[in-house]
Design a protein around this ligand. Structure first.
Ligand code: ZN
Length: 245
């Protein structure tokens, strides 16, 4: 009888999750900024998994150079577990991936917000420089860094690549991070936000017109009911100060 892996279902789930992660990685920049802006107040275990795996690819494939193909995919999952030595175990593989995902999102948000306040975005994880001797006698540099330091290393590469294209949506109450088009002055993260600002501006500019229009409609309605000669009283607007008196 052929030996079966300990938990085939789990590994299949992992492969599917990773397949999704790689699809997401086609646009790492967009994925990362969406993750930073995403509301995680109520997410399912499956949704956490769908975030955890792309984050893991940031650690293991910092440049996103992995081609998406079935054979490579099959190689990928064991590779992750092989690299995952207990001493360097990724917090994303820990007992509570959900709280890890939230913690990393927090660091990412705070870090990017710091950039817009003219401050540095630091990962807070130490990198230990060192050297190693090869068989031919050459001594080469090695760095020991935690998985988290590698994760943020990848993130910093992406942010450096974005440069001035990294923006915060200007629409009131939005504040999402987004990557602006290569050309032009994009102020809002999506057309819905731009439209909301346009409507608010239009309303502010035409506020009196809107009031006059609704007044005219009201008078028309009253006249149809009570006759055209009726006098319609105009209630004085109460100011906030008079209301408290
Ligand atoms: Zn927006």
């Amino acid at each position: 009888m052929k030996k079966r892996s300990k938990n085939p279902t789990r590994s299949r789930t992992d492969q599917l999750a990773l397949a999704r992660a790689l699809v997401a990685m086609r646009d790492r920049v967009k994925w990362l900024l969406d993750f930073a802006s995403r509301d995680l107040s109520s997410v399912t275990e499956e949704e956490i998994d769908a975030i955890r795996w792309p984050l893991l690819t940031f650690i293991y494939w910092p440049n996103g150079e992995l081609e998406e193909s079935a054979s490579e995919l099959r190689a990928v999952v064991p590779a992750i577990y092989e690299q995952e030595q207990p001493s360097r175990r990724s917090p994303l593989h820990g007992p509570s991936p959900e709280s890890e995902v939230r913690r990393i999102q927090n660091l990412l948000r705070e870090g990017m917000a710091a950039l817009f306040r003219g401050r540095a975005f630091l990962s807070g994880k130490k990198v230990h420089p060192g050297v190693r001797r090869n068989r031919d006698g050459s001594i080469v540099p090695v760095t020991l860094e935690s998985e988290e330091a590698r994760l943020f290393g990848s993130i910093f590469q992406i942010l450096m690549g974005l440069g001035p294209r990294l923006r915060v949506c200007n629409a009131p109450g939005c504040g999402r991070f987004f990557a602006a088009n290569r050309r032009g002055q994009q102020l809002y993260c999506r057309s819905a936000c731009a439209q909301r600002v346009r409507s608010a501006r239009f309303y502010a500019a035409h506020h009196d017109d809107v009031r006059a229009h609704s007044r005219a409609r009201y008078e028309g309605r009253v006249r149809r009911q009570l006759g055209s000669r009726v006098r319609i009283q105009r209630h004085p607007r109460k100011s906030p100060a008079s209301r408290t008196r």
